[in-house]
Design a protein around this ligand. Structure first.
Ligand SMILES: [Fe+2]
Length: 326
């Protein structure tokens, strides 16, 4: 999604933010460089009540959601979670089943399904473009996470810029430095190349170096690019919004890591560190563009199998089905 109203908002000057209500002067400097933890007003839009979410879930496009079951907090990893489907369960019953199970439902690209969420996404990034000088984001994405009490999201890193807007329930977010050994270059390259989901090797001692946030309703968290994180829901159902964005510098980092991944995995070379300037950057950007255009890496795309369906009558709210490839 590209924004249309940012310039007009900039012309209007710095009105008090309607959504990023906790934004302070210091956050301009911190944005993108250090975790930013502030208050927001998304709940006041009325878009995230159970009733609104149940309505949104009716006929939600299959290609735009993930339903995942995971192990108990403190156990398992990304390779062990199981992918499911909503089946014929209606929106209200699906939410009730998620409240009673141990799973999370990730509605992706909500802005393409719901015009009201599309307007909200535009408004969020209009505000940010005014609040953070030079922050010019594009390829915006809005997702909604509905997750069970005690659900978890394993240690991973995301490729685009990320904000987590917490709306209901409580969750603990562990945020790790975006550098070695928490984020080895060869592993983030494989994520960029879509060779793995988003998993990175995790060691329990990493937690000694994590920043921990107990997110409450109305709080958002933004972190430096690619910072690994994991999430544990506390004893409540959780509703959160995720936004993703790209900037020129994020796109450049993506291109150089894509090229480095090709050099490392296809040509078995050891690439230089990911710089986003100078002749070395432009050579790697050209390599990335060439490989992407050729489609040569398509065979490495991840296969996703679905092997269960939501079942409100079952003890664990799951019914095993014949596996199929998504
Ligand atoms: Fe994430």
């Amino acid at each position: 999604m590209r924004r249309r109203g940012a310039r007009s908002r900039r012309r209007q000057g710095r009105a008090a933010p309607r959504i990023l209500t906790g934004f302070k002067e210091e956050h301009r400097s911190l944005w993108g460089h250090h975790p930013v933890h502030i208050r927001h007003s998304l709940a006041e839009t009325g878009l995230f009540t159970d009733e609104a979410l149940a309505l949104l879930l009716e006929n939600y496009p299959r290609e735009h959601y993930d339903l995942l079951h995971m192990a108990e907090c403190g156990t398992g990893n990304l390779k062990t979670w199981r992918e499911g489907e909503l089946g014929a369960v209606n929106g209200a019953r699906a939410i009730e089943a998620i409240k009673a199970g141990r799973m999370w439902l990730n509605l992706r690209r909500v802005h393409e399904v719901s015009p009201r969420h599309a307007r909200l996404l535009e408004e969020i990034f209009d505000e940010l473009s005014v609040l953070v000088p030079g922050f010019d984001a594009f390829r915006l994405n809005l997702g909604i996470l509905i997750s069970s009490p005690g659900a978890q999201v394993y240690y991973h890193a995301d490729v685009p810029g990320q904000c987590l807007w917490h709306v209901r329930g409580e969750k603990r977010v562990y945020l790790y430095p975006n550098r070695y050994p928490f984020l080895p270059e060869d592993q983030i390259e494989r994520i960029v190349l879509s060779m793995t989901e988003a998993e990175i090797d995790y060691e329990p001692w990493f937690d000694d170096y994590a920043l921990t946030f107990d997110l409450k309703p109305g709080e958002m968290l933004h972190w430096p690019l690619n910072a690994p994180h994991r999430v544990e829901n506390l004893d409540s159902v959780n509703i959160s919004v995720t936004t993703e964005h790209w900037t020129r510098s994020i796109r450049n980092m993506y291109a150089v890591r894509y090229a480095n991944g090709v050099l490392r995995n296809q040509l078995h070379l050891t690439p230089p560190p990911p710089a986003t300037h100078g002749a070395s950057f432009w050579a790697r950007a050209a390599l990335a563009a060439g490989v992407k255009t050729s489609g040569a890496l398509k065979r490495f795309k991840l296969e996703r199998w679905v092997d269960w369906q939501l079942d409100p009558e079952a003890d664990d709210r799951m019914r095993t089905i014949t596996p199929y490839l998504l």
